[in-house]
Ligand binder design. Sequence first.
Ligand SMILES: [Zn+2]
Length: 273
Amino acid sequence: MINKFKDYSIHTFTSPEESGLVNTQIIETKNNLIVIDAQFLLPDASKAREYIDNLNKPIERLIISHNHPDHWFGSELFKDTKIYALKEVKDEIEQLGDTIINNYQFFNHSGPLVPLMKTVPTHILEEGNLTIDGVEMVVKKVVGTEGETISMLEIPRDNVLIAQDVVYSGCHIFLAQNEKDRANWIKTLEELKDNNYKLVLGGHGTPANNEVFSEVIQYIKDVDDCLKNLNSKNETNKEKAQEYKEYMLGKYPNHKAASLIDITLSYLFPENK
Ligand SMILES: [Zn+2]
């Protein structure tokens, strides 16, 4: 998917549904490429890199939006580039990266899908104005929503927001956050909604417009209701997980990437409890 503007384009490279419709965004300016997020599974990262290399322009930088593995595991395919992240995100990957990678090694049983070693961002991304190749952007930091700290990139002149995982569009949402972060996430989305963006690019799913904020808010509220109901029941985690899945699939029959519900449930209702 490509969205074109006067002197730049934004390419959205999306992974297959099985790996969660993860988006790598590529801002193509006259002379450069700015890449946002590096994919989860190495084969997807490799395809993203191939797509990027076919654009035949130098990668000015890769930006890692947050510390969730579906956005930085593929960084090892970008070791030849400068890798930027907010200080918090860089620190989190530095400190937690090995543990996260170890937790996912079972993915490698039938072939190399996830990295064996972490690739830590090399540079710190500062909040505020960022102009690259004549395109004026603003780096925004969001705290306590889908992830602990997430960077977004706004292009004010065209009302564009590259929101990454603050927004999901047309697919299920990873929602293992605590009640406080869920409430703060809704508040953040309410505020973003007032900006009337023309194009909103999320970390998973399809490119969207300003309506996506209300859609995500509703999804989080539905999860809140579902969890409130489940927490009042005396059931095993396995039963609760099944009910959550049935409830959300029933509410959102057209949403893609049900695998994102399974990941959510592995955090919310671990099977051994
Ligand atoms: Zn994600």
